[in-house]
Design a protein around this ligand. Structure first.
Ligand SMILES: [Fe+2]
Length: 208
């Protein structure tokens, strides 16, 4: 996430059909090729008129939103957030079957949530209750894990709160396959979590 303007849409780290049956090829094609890429294009469009901010990383743009000119803050918040959130969402999935946190990271989950099942309940409850469009997140703050939610394309990214996992609960993430059944989408998404990648992000977040 350290790239700067002009931002490039990163390819999916797996084939479009790799997450079936939990997430269909059709959903990923629309989600990645249309929704995500539109956020990338819009972000570049906004920054093209503001060269002063073209060497800012995506993370810096989002962490320091209030330092940007007021007339681009909302655009950067929505479209920069849209790029950041989707990149994390896509990276945190894999199609190799259900997995669990392992080793030291499993112990951290137990330390902060008592058990993996309890973490799953808390995260599922949070994702289910996001009103309208948004995300549920697992974040690391001073080495400690917690679950938070955001609306629209807002992010929890700050100097102290580092996202290491997210689920997109905008309807575009599941409606083509699940229609209004967000709870079923969330249940099946748990089969797709790439815990190796989440663990990598945790190690980075807890050491920085
Ligand atoms: Fe999305």
């Amino acid at each position: 996430m350290n790239e700067t303007f002009p931002f490039q849409a990163e390819p999916l780290p797996y084939a479009y059909n790799a997450l079936e049956p939990e997430l269909s090829k059709e959903i990923l094609e629309f989600h990645h090729d249309k929704h995500y890429k539109t956020y990338v294009d819009n972000l570049n469009g906004i920054l093209s008129d503001f060269p002063k901010y073209q060497d800012w990383t995506l993370e810096n743009l989002l962490i320091h939103l209030e330092d940007l000119p007021t007339d681009i803050q909302t655009g950067i918040r929505n479209n920069g957030g849209g790029v950041y959130n989707h990149q994390l969402y896509f990276r945190c999935m894999q199609g190799n079957g259900f997995s669990m946190p392992e080793g030291d990271f499993a112990n951290i989950i137990h330390r902060d949530f008592e058990s993996f099942d309890n973490f799953s309940r808390i995260f599922t409850n949070a994702a289910t209750k996001v009103f309208g469009s948004g995300y549920a997140w697992l974040v690391c703050e001073n080495g400690k894990l917690s679950v938070v939610t955001t609306g629209n394309q807002d992010t929890p990214i700050t100097n102290s709160q580092k996202p290491i996992l997210c689920i997109d609960v905008w309807e575009h993430a599941y409606y083509l396959q699940y229609q209004n059944r967000r709870a079923d989408y969330i249940t099946n998404w748990f089969q797709l979590i790439n815990w190796d990648y989440v663990n990598t992000l945790y190690l980075q977040a807890s050491q920085s």
